[in-house]
Design a protein around this ligand. Sequence first.
Ligand SMILES: C[S@@+](CC[C@H](N)C(=O)[O-])C[C@H]1O[C@@H](n2cnc3c(N)ncnc32)[C@H](O)[C@@H]1O
Length: 244
Amino acid sequence: MDKRLQKEIEAFKDVESYAELMARPYTRALKEETHRRMTEFTFDRMRILEVGAGITEFEDLYKNSALICLSDINFKLLSENRDKAGVRIVCDGQNLPFKDETFDYVIFIGVLHHFPDQEKGLAEASRIMKVGGRSFMVEPHRLSINYFYYLGRRLFLFLFGEKFVKKLIGCFTPDEVQLDVRAVKRIFRPTSEIKINTMLSFRLPPFRLFKKATLDVRLSQFFDRVFPFNKIGTTIFVNVIKKQ
Ligand SMILES: C[S@@+](CC[C@H](N)C(=O)[O-])C[C@H]1O[C@@H](n2cnc3c(N)ncnc32)[C@H](O)[C@@H]1O
């Protein structure tokens, strides 16, 4: 297997540090908002694919679906979903083993930014979505304070190496980079309608030291209502509806 994909599997094989990342107030705020937005979709009798599902937190929304398929490159994480309904498939999100136009919903929560080739993953989503189907993406937004943290992380990796940065950040992969919004537009514009918005305008550096800090969530609750901060949120939501 490709070395970069191997690193992705390594990074998330420790379920405890994955759980620690998911428990941070910033992550909780974005997951709660994601859940709220997903309640607006009609999943009943639909065929749904969650790509890079890890341990899904959305199974309650899928309970009346025709098919729920949870996929991830990491067998260990995926098997943590064993008590949940649906099919589980270990696969790379950049090469999905499904026929064209199989799904009504293709969902990516915090996963595209782990792909070596985001455009490939997006093209796969476009291929396997039915006409009239949707893709929903929730990812770190590049045009935000995230980009400074990304540059800082690259510098720290260069100066001090991976072990040190892992101690500082916890669960992360060295090559992850925020969502490429231009790639989203390139792939989906010819066939689909795209709606984009952002939230959580402020974020503390993603250090373990701040793992319980709520300052960023509280500040964001205020600034998210103010222009231009509402345009440069650290989390981006992308809604795609395939028209043809
Ligand atoms: C930050 S976690 C997000 C998990 C889950 N979607 C959530 O929001 O809680 C990133 C997930 O993407 C998965 N992943 C990374 N690279 C992948 C790839 N190429 N194909 C499929 N899944 C991948 C990881 O194994 C991990 O489960």
